[in-house]
Design a protein around this ligand. Sequence first.
Ligand code: FAD
Length: 300
Amino acid sequence: MNAFTPPSKSQGSDIAVSFEFFPPKSEEMEDKLWESIAKLEPLNPHFVSVTYGAGGSTRDRTHRTVRRIVEETGLAPAAHLTCVEATRAEVDEVIREYWDAGVRHIVALRGDPPSGIGGAYLPHAGGYANAAELTAGIKAIGDFEVSVGCYPEVHPESASAEADLDWLKAKIDAGATRAITQFFFEPDTYLRYLDRVRAAGIDIPIVPGVMLQPNFKGLKRMAGLCGTSVPGWLNDLYDGIEDDVRTRELVTAHVAAELVCKLRDQGVDQFHFYTLNRAGLAQSACALLGVKPDPVPAAA
Ligand code: FAD
């Protein structure tokens, strides 16, 4: 891995960042989430998104979290929504509830099988079969902004890289206006994918999804399931620091910073951070991009 170099371009306000959170399971986790949101809000993110658990398991928690963001912050929330284990009528009801709550941005996803990532996906009878159908369903209900997922290393269920791009096109034809990538570690993985996407005539923003997970064991497991390559240098970096949380966090911040700075140098100006509800690592990566809180006005 190269030594860290800050971006050579002018830093600052031309970068748009967004943050992903997951809905908390306990009161303690809820406190941590709101602390993180309060710390990241001054960075003026473009939007903050809230995930939707497998099989709709977090439906109420996702909804509560998104509602609270609308009611208690100045942030623009994006609610994740999946097709899993629900009829169209049930999903449509969730979409209408979001509209009524003032939410105007949905991240539309097919979702993973309830048996877990890697299991066979069977659409619910009477449900939306995939993210393209869901996107069309959302747009039929309200004029939401719709973001979708995309896969620089190809979705594990995809027949080929070309088929994967056809799938992305179908989501755009249905109304999606932004795609957020699955996490990846090498800048070239994203840049090569972007070349393929643009060559296929797709012109919507393809926002790199940057993972901030200091638990390397968990990260490797997740990467294996998602089809994300884990480079040898990353294994080497975490080797021997398994029991040292603080050092793992510093390494994670460094790896994310290096990735975003290299992409920034190639003209990438939007980043989506998978925060895992921890503000610190996202703050570090943003500071290195020149994204910092607005200065507090001096007292008169
Ligand atoms: P789709 O776009 O519908 O399909 C994904 C790919 O699968 C296609 O590109 C295609 O290659 C292949 N495929 C699907 N169906 C078929 C078919 N019938 N025939 C051939 N090929 C097919 N999951 C959650 O449960 N909750 C979340 O909150 C969540 N957030 C996410 C956020 C982001 C940014 C991303 C990238 C993923 C997220 N996921 C989430 C994971 C996502 O649900 C999985 O990656 C899922 O396996 C695919 O979802 P999709 O919306 O990309 O599906």
